[in-house]
Design a protein around this ligand. Structure first.
Ligand SMILES: *Cc1c(COP(=O)(O)O)cnc(C)c1O
Length: 431
């Protein structure tokens, strides 16, 4: 039988670099042929060969209700009939922002944009504009989109700033980016002692989802908050992945449970808040947000920002996940997956650790949960690739790289979870 995924991949590679429009889709880390998606419904999608997969990526997070949720489809269909885009304001933008402010009281105002990259880049510009400072801190393994100043890896020491991780980023553009180790309090304190007065912000994924799944420890987060306050730097939470995904109130609500009164200064959102459409946002306190044009001197704009179809999709998604019991059920289902996988690995004697929060999870072929990027990268990559392909063969689609998180949706049933655990048990036994 011809593999239609291969046929499409060969064709795509002639006209699209690497055959994909975002690199991780190309399966370079795990090898093999990317699956071209033909259609989807609920917890499943079907590839070009009409093979069905249980989907644990959900568009890398946005599809928290599963694919084609009827209420969302209806809202989008209605919006499309009213118009695609105006370049003029609409009531739906206010409704979406008001909904976000209710979920995250750390924000007084929000600006809508079209991608997480745009939101992260704009939040950084805002932080720099609002503080009049240029330097900022980010952490190794955290991804904040592909804006030039954010594509940085650690330099040779704390006194030096980062090196670009991409060609095409001039070293001068990242000379103000300080890259630190995640969860390393001593290094954080040293960095603030050296550069505190020059720091515009500290940008962090509170639960990192771009080095698989690594939580910022509560003491570490507490110290981030204290040092930012003490030195007049803004604490910027990149919740593009965790926003309305790890809890209805996002990761900031999770940390507020352990750190009384905890709030970030600026929040960056995307993924779930657009429900699968190109929509993202950044928001914060009024005094900071009013630095943005047209009120203030920080320029930021977008032709498709607050798009009426995207906002309809986001609003309908937020409405569904706000229903009583949604997050409890989602969290329980995700926990049952993590427990099932952990049990199956133990039975097969495979070193394994896993964690989850709300509808987001991660697992490692390591005996203990890693606390930073360097530890994540000690995972057994060939074993992970075997696991990935074993699951793929059995119709279970997880992220095609060991440094990515996974996502459960409201459409995943207990049967989907047990089928997944069963498939994993068989693959573990063969590792
Ligand atoms: C996905 C992601 C981004 C980038 O969002 P895009 O919409 O892909 O540009 C930024 N930050 C985090 C934490 C993300 O997970």
């Amino acid at each position: 039988m011809t593999d239609l995924n291969q046929t499409l991949f060969d064709r795509a590679r002639q006209v699209i670099p690497g055959g994909v429009n975002s690199p991780v889709r190309a399966f370079r880390a795990v090898g093999g042929t990317p699956r071209f998606v033909k259609r989807s419904q609920g917890a499943y999608f079907w590839d070009a060969n009409d093979k069905r997969y249980i989907d644990y990526i959900g568009s890398w997070g946005p599809m928290i209700l599963g694919h084609g949720h009827p209420a969302v489809v209806e809202a989008v269909q209605k919006a499309v009939l009213e118009g695609f885009s105006y370049g003029a304001p609409t009531e739906r933008e206010i409704e979406l922002v008001e909904a976000l402010l209710k979920l995250m009281p750390s924000m007084d105002m929000v600006r809508l944009v079209s991608s997480g990259t745009e939101a992260g880049m704009s939040a950084l510009r805002l932080a720099r504009g609002a503080t009049g400072r240029s330097k900022f801190i980010k952490f190794e393994g955290c991804y904040h989109g592909h804006a030039d100043a954010l594509l940085v890896k650690a330099g040779s020491g704390l006194a030096t700033f980062g090196n670009p991780t991409s060609a095409g980023v001039p070293p001068e553009v990242v000379q103000h980016t300080l890259v630190l180790e995640y969860n390393n309090i001593a290094q954080l304190e040293e960095a603030f002692a050296l550069h505190g007065k020059e720091l515009a912000c500290l940008m962090i994924e509170p639960i990192a989802g771009n080095m698989n799944f690594v939580r910022a420890s509560v003491p570490f987060m507490k110290r981030c908050r204290e040092l930012c306050t003490q030195h007049g730097a803004l604490l910027v939470f990149d919740e593009v992945m965790t926003g309305c995904r790890v809890a209805l109130g996002s990761a900031q609500s999770v940390y507020a449970q352990s750190i009384p009164g905890f709030e970030p200064d600026v929040t960056v959102l995307g993924k779930v808040i657009g429900g699968g459409m190109p929509l993202a946002a950044f928001g914060g306190k009024r005094a900071v947000m009013e630095q943005l044009a047209p009120l203030g001197p920080v320029y930021q704009a977008g032709t498709l920002s607050g798009n009426p179809v995207a906002t309809a999709c986001g609003l309908a998604t937020l409405k569904e996940i706000s229903k009583p019991g949604f997050f409890d059920a989602l969290s329980a289902r995700t926990q049952s997956l993590v427990d099932g996988l952990t049990g199956a690995a133990a039975k097969a004697g495979v070193p394994f650790s896993a964690d989850c929060q709300g509808g987001m999870f991660g697992f490692f072929l390591l005996p203990e949960l890693p606390q930073n990027y360097a530890k994540v990268m000690t995972s057994d990559s060939p074993k992970f690739n075997q696991l990935f392909h074993g699951l793929l063969d059995k119709g279970v689609y997880i992220a095609p790289a060991l440094y990515e998180a996974g996502f459960v949706s409201g459409a995943h049933t207990a049967d989907d979870i047990s089928a997944t655990v069963q498939a994993a048990a068989e693959v573990f036994a063969s590792l």
